[in-house]
Design a protein around this ligand. Structure first.
Ligand SMILES: Cc1cc2nc3c(=O)[nH]c(=O)nc-3n(C[C@H](O)[C@H](O)[C@H](O)COP(=O)(O)OP(=O)(O)OC[C@H]3O[C@@H](n4cnc5c(N)ncnc54)[C@H](O)[C@@H]3O)c2cc1C
Length: 312
């Protein structure tokens, strides 16, 4: 029986782990991998204080190294379910391990939002990717599409421009949403063609992707583009499947928390970072929320596991 189990190895989970250990809370952190969305970032991070410019992979490694210096047990696994029996929590994992704790912090973040068009699932790993930073080199000299004209889509196109011959950015609405800085960088690559009002309809191919069909929403014409890669950058969905029975959700399927303590409707179950209804989804915010959650757990445990209001 641990005092605390943290689920997730992104900025929220790692920060919760560091703060938990420093409060001498007996803590286990269960993580599929370290870094979370930071590790998928295609261009340098320039807004995490203390680092003027750092790659997502390097910042992820620094987070992991910092955590490993603390007295926190680490299990490389995925949580598949959480149950509360009496006042304790019981967690199962995909490797069929079972762990128990007096309190839990869920910091499972968000997964890439799927396109849900024919061909997407079939071609995952055979031309369809959700991570430009991981998969760009496989598209050296090829033509590819990035679906999504926000910052993530533009940053993916910038990363791909080091490898691909030509990149189409498909944006559903009539204007792209990326920041001016990213728009300038994309322009400089001279490899990117932006298609606005473009609704992706289908991904086609044999063994690998060979073309996409999109609809020009102005003319209603369906257009086939021969290309070999499709990078999906249309946002994220909170990763909540394993915890859904113990929490409440907002209209975006984010977990509702008490903003002061990060506690959910279930006493002892705390949540932090992008998986919550906190407004801004940023590394520094997720780290701050992880800190808040761990300090709230400290209060909860010290006050004989009374619900938040009784120890504020
Ligand atoms: C392309 C891109 C660019 C970005 N650029 C920036 C930027 O420049 N600056 C900035 O501040 N923010 C940026 N962000 C946002 C930032 O990365 C997130 O806000 C932050 O990573 C959220 O941290 P988190 O810990 O809440 O979740 P995540 O980073 O999503 O981490 C969650 C972790 O939990 C793990 N996990 C999920 N489910 C389970 C489970 N069942 N069991 C065990 N582990 C699980 C996941 O594998 C993951 O490692 C960017 C995001 C993306 C996608």
């Amino acid at each position: 029986m641990y005092d605390l189990i943290i689920i997730g190895g992104g900025p929220a989970g790692v920060t919760a782990g560091i703060y938990g250990a420093r409060q001498k809370i007996d803590t286990l952190l269960i993580a599929k991998e370290f870094g979370g969305q930071m590790a998928r970032k295609a261009v340098a991070i320039e807004n995490y204080p203390g680092f003027e410019e750092i790659s997502g992979l390097e910042l992820s490694r620094k987070f992991e190294k910092h955590l490993r210096k603390q007295k926190v047990a680490i299990e490389r696994d995925s949580a598949t379910g959480i149950k509360k029996i009496g006042s304790n929590f019981y967690i199962t994992t995909s490797s069929k391990h079972k762990f128990s704790a007096k309190a839990v912090i869920v910091a499972s973040g968000a997964d890439p939002r799927p396109l849900e068009v024919p061909g997407e699932k079939e071609f995952i790993g055979r031309g369809v990717s959700y991570c430009a930073i991981c998969d760009s080199p496989m598209f050296a000299g090829k033509e590819v599409a990035v679906v999504g004209g926000g910052n993530a889509g533009f940053e993916a196109a910038i990363a791909l421009s080091n490898w691909a011959k030509k990149i189409y950015i498909l944006e559903y609405s009539s204007k792209v949403g990326a920041d001016e800085v990213n728009q300038e960088l994309v322009k400089k690559t001279k490899k990117v063609q932006i298609l606005t009002s473009a609704a992706l309809k289908k991904i086609e191919g044999g063994k690998f992707v060979s073309s996409i069909i999109y609809q020009d929403r102005k003319s209603a014409k369906k257009i086939t583009l021969p290309l070999e890669g499709v990078f999906v950058e249309i946002g994220n969905v909170p990763a909540t499947g394993f915890v859904k029975d113990l929490v409440e959700f907002n209209e975006k399927d984010e977990i509702k928390i008490d903003p002061k303590t990060n506690m959910t409707k279930t006493p002892g179950l705390f949540v932090a970072g992008d998986v919550t209804d906190v407004r801004w989804k940023q590394i520094v915010v997720a780290a701050g929320e992880g800190c808040k959650a761990a300090l709230s757990v400290y209060g909860y445990l010290r006050n004989s596991r009374q619900p938040a209001k009784q120890y504020e």
